[in-house]
Design a protein around this ligand. Structure first.
Ligand code: SAM
Length: 309
């Protein structure tokens, strides 16, 4: 899809791109193809697309014959997509907010014989969607995710994907370059934060390539980056209690400039116990969470766990 095609569709359908939904369409078909090619998938896969918009990426994915389940919040686009892909029985559209519907519709992976019957292939609303959207032949395979993310939801969507890590094997995502830099940031740098730790704990991540602002319409203010996340079967380090670990991250990074021992003291109920725990984990008691690598945070989490039992 190029700029004049996108403009023509928007005019025909009387659509104006909405900033509040982060609508910046890919208008460079070479970039769209290059981006889609970073996802390792074949016709047996089920691919989830968040925010198909006018379908620039969806059409490339659909050509491969795999099953595509796309979530689109904007009803005007849904209407357009239903028409555009009406001949594809491997296309399923879920109309609504991905963050609200999430992957719960995919929860049951045992599929009935026919999951993509022609007459229901497009236009399911979240409420109407069948319990399982996995075609029979893909049951057992983890899903793959592709998205030119709406920028305003980048972190929330990435967190939602990580919450569903057991169902996902891979995600390729277009995001702001500065967010991609936060994802791969190392301890002790300003970019290092909750997003870095979570992604690096649950995934292998790679910045694939940068995308110029001219590749989108409307043109965004910033450069974008295409990233690939490969979800690890098991988190990078063994944690005794994942909820406790997540809690330490949340509290720690909410007060990233404060010494971590204060948050540890709150968890353990005393300053003394906090100092003991940090010593046992071999972590300097003046340290701030933003200086700690994931291995050390994990170690501390496991010591705190043993003291809480
Ligand atoms: N995939 C298209 C492309 O690359 O040209 C459009 C990408 S545009 C950056 C983001 C898309 O996400 C828009 O279509 C927008 O309506 C949709 N969107 C925004 N918030 C959403 C949400 N919460 N759930 C599902 N889709 C959303």
């Amino acid at each position: 899809m190029n700029l004049s095609e996108v403009k023509k569709i928007l005019e025909q359908e009387k659509i104006s791109p909405l900033k509040r939904f982060g609508q910046n369409f890919l208008i460079d078909s070479n970039i769209a193809r290059k981006f889609a090619a970073t996802l390792d998938f074949d016709e047996k896969d089920t691919v989830i697309e968040i925010g198909p918009g006018l379908g620039a990426i969806s059409s490339i994915i659909l050509q491969s014959g795999c099953s595509l389940i796309a979530y689109e919040i904007d009803r005007t686009f849904s209407k357009f997509l239903k028409k555009k892909f009406s001949s594809f029985d491997n296309f399923k559209l879920i109309e609504g907010d991905f963050l609200k519907t999430g992957l719960s519709v995919l929860r049951k992976t045992k599929a009935p014989a026919s999951l993509f019957p022609k007459e229901t292939a497009v236009g399911e609303t979240a409420a109407q969607a069948p319990a399982s959207l996995f075609p029979k032949e893909t049951a057992g395979r983890k899903i793959k995710v592709i998205s030119n993310l709406p920028y305003y939801l980048t972190s929330s969507i990435m967190f939602a994907l990580m919450e569903n890590r057991e169902k996902i094997s891979q995600a390729v995502l277009i995001m702001q370059k500065e967010v991609a830099e936060r994802v791969v940031a190392v301890p002790g740098t300003p970019d290092y934060g909750l997003l870095s730790v979570r992604v690096q704990f649950y995934c292998n991540s790679k910045k694939n390539f940068d995308i110029n602002r001219n590749a989108f319409y409307p043109r965004p203010d910033v450069i974008s980056t295409a990233m690939k996340l490969e979800f690890l079967g098991e988190p990078r380090h063994k944690v005794q209690d994942i909820k406790l670990f997540e809690n330490i991250l949340k509290v720690g990074f909410a007060h990233r400039r404060k010494q971590l021992r204060k948050a540890v003291a709150e968890l353990l109920g005393s300053r003394k116990k906090a100092l003991e725990a940090m010593e046992e984990a071999n972590i300097d008691c003046t340290v701030r969470i933003e200086e700690l690598g994931i291995d050390k945070i994990t170690r501390l989490s496991n010591v705190i766990y043993s003291k809480l039992r």
